[in-house]
Design a protein around this ligand. Structure first.
Ligand code: SF4
Ligand code: SF4
Length: 100
């Protein structure tokens, strides 16, 4: 069972832009991703919005496997800034979790 961290999304936002509220779970991003990443952003960003920090950390390899190529966000019908969100998430993890 995951613990909810109610301030998780606010903490991530302090590391940079993070906005996934507009995502409508259409799956276009996963379909065009050259890495075949299915978690991003549909599930992983939702975990952030829900405060499921443990779930995000469990899937950290996915966060770091993203190429930041922007294919997903170029095709996102909702205009979610996916690559920028990933950057913010990485920055948060590097500084606050892994202390590097
Ligand atoms: S393409 Fe955009 S709206 Fe569709 S699942 Fe991905 S982030 Fe959400
Ligand atoms: S930016 Fe990341 S998640 Fe988006 S298509 Fe490229 S590798 Fe996949």
């Amino acid at each position: 069972m995951s613990l909810v961290n109610p301030v998780f999304v606010d903490e991530v936002k302090r590391s940079g832009e993070f906005n996934a509220n507009a995502c409508m779970n259409c799956g276009v991003c996963s379909a065009v991703c050259p890495m075949g990443i299915e978690l991003l952003p549909r599930k992983l960003f939702r975990y952030v919005l829900l405060g499921l920090q443990d779930k995000v950390l469990e899937n950290r390899e996915t966060v770091y496997s993203c190429l930041l190529c922007g294919m997903c966000e170029a095709n996102c019908p909702a205009g979610v800034n996916i690559a920028e969100n990933v950057r913010s998430l990485r920055y948060y993890m590097n500084k606050k979790v892994f202390k590097i």
